[in-house]
Design a protein around this ligand. Structure first.
Ligand SMILES: Cc1ncc(COP(=O)(O)O)c(C=O)c1O
Length: 396
């Protein structure tokens, strides 16, 4: 089936966080056109809609579990797409990756221990460390003018400190849209292996990889590396079903898996959202969903090309970094010469656009904005025209 990602579907009034919670998140301009948060303005694949409708037709919505089929399905998906041999018995389900990351911090570290993150990074990473009473240890990414890189030297120094027990790696990297090479992954793994640092790898964006890149799952590097990895993945970004809150946590190492499961029990993380469970199975079982994914990747790439060309022609002081993955792109606005607050004001109040602000992601994110291009091209164009009007008024 051919999906029409150009179709504009009104999400106002659907309790969408992106559209209907702008008054809370952007009170200075609740009508700003939303290009923030990480869901897309596209319908999900039809097999998922049918699976949810089928389950909804049964009128008892009681406590639910996830079927054993779901374990085998995600294992098969990992094998097919990432070349990782997963035993279905390694898979647990949680209602979201973020709650799982928090549980990992609690399960694998003690109060006061250090947890390494690499900013700019998805901001709940920092929160999950701080909210558990652990110390954020920042191994800041380095920007070489084109792409953001891991600071391996510093990572080594930090990993050598015995109090730093866990590294949370975001791969692909959000918000800087990078996919790491096998060599880079191996270097990280070697540092962690040598220093007994556990690797929590958030691979939630790993299906949305552009054609010039190849994604390798950290845990697929070797059986040795697999033993220190705790991998989080989900169909939520891939198929745009974040509201159904279903993710899979894959842990090959039995001792680590038991620790994580104990923490899940403490947090009552094991009860599934029944619609999420139905959607999860359909997402990985029906080949039409994979067809959707391939079409989506191409549409997102075209959106990036459109955005990049528009910026180059109309707003050359705003630069878009070439993305490797995801619909979340990283805009370098530093040449505008605005301070952080002023940049935010310019985008939100003068242009009328709601972006995720670079500074929120920590590290050297100031002066950047994250734009979500998971929307029909006409909406993207509308947003860019708003931005250009404000840009021209300022005479940048
Ligand atoms: C890197 C990353 N991890 C996790 C999440 C959210 O995961 P969940 O909705 O499953 O909690 C996001 C959403 O933007 C993300 O970008």
């Amino acid at each position: 089936m051919n999906y029409n990602f150009d179709e504009v579907i009104d999400r106002n009034g659907t309790l969408s966080y992106k559209w209907d919670a702008r008054d809370i998140n952007f009170p200075e301009n609740p009508n700003a056109l939303p290009f923030w948060i990480a869901d897309m303005d596209f319908p999900c694949p039809e097999p998922i809609v049918r699976a949810v409708q089928k389950r909804a037709a049964h009128p008892i919505y009681g406590y639910s579990k996830v079927s054993d089929d779901a374990r085998a399905l995600i294992a098969a998906w990992e094998k097919k797409r990432n070349g990782w041999d997963v035993d279905p018995g390694w898979v647990d389900f949680t209602n979201g990756v973020v709650p799982a990351l928090s549980a990992m911090v609690a399960a694998f570290t003690e109060p006061g221990d250090g947890v390494i993150i690499q900013s700019p990074v998805y901001y709940p990473f920092r929160e999950s460390v701080e909210n558990n009473g652990r110390t954020v240890v920042n191994n800041k990414l380095l920007f070489d003018g084109e792409k953001w890189n891991i600071n391996f030297e510093e990572l080594e120094e930090l990993a050598e400190k015995p109090e730093n027990k866990l590294l949370i790696l975001c791969h692909p990297l959000n918000p800087v849209s990078r996919v790491l090479s096998v060599e880079e992954l191996q270097k990280i793994a070697d540092i962690c292996l040598k220093n007994h640092v556990i690797l929590a790898v958030d691979e939630i964006h790993s299906d949305l990889i552009f054609r010039h890149c190849r994604f390798y799952s950290m845990a697929a590097l070797s059986r040795e590396v697999e033993q220190i990895c705790v991998v989080a993945t989900a169909p939520s970004k891939t198929f745009n079903i974040a509201g159904l809150q279903m993710s899979a946590i894959i842990i090959a190492n039995e001792e680590l898996r038991k620790k994580f499961q104990k923490e899940m029990e403490k947090r009552v993380l094991y009860i599934a959202n029944l619609f999420g469970a139905a959607a999860f199975e359909a997402a990985y079982a029906d080949p039409e969903c994979e067809e959707y994914l391939e079409q989506l990747i191409d549409y997102l790439w075209e959106n990036y090309l459109f955005l990049d060309a528009y910026l180059k022609e109309n707003m050359p002081k705003i630069k878009c970094q070439k993305p490797d993955a995801t619909y979340l792109l990283w805009l370098d606005c530093r040449e505008l010469g605005l301070g952080n607050e002023e940049l935010q004001k310019f985008c939100l109040e003068e242009a009328g656009i709601a972006f995720d602000v670079g500074e929120w992601f920590g590290g050297d994110g100031a002066g950047f904005m994250r734009i979500n291009i998971g929307c029909p091209r006409s909406i993207l164009k509308q947003g860019l025209e708003l931005l250009k009007a404000a840009y021209d008024r300022r005479n940048f």
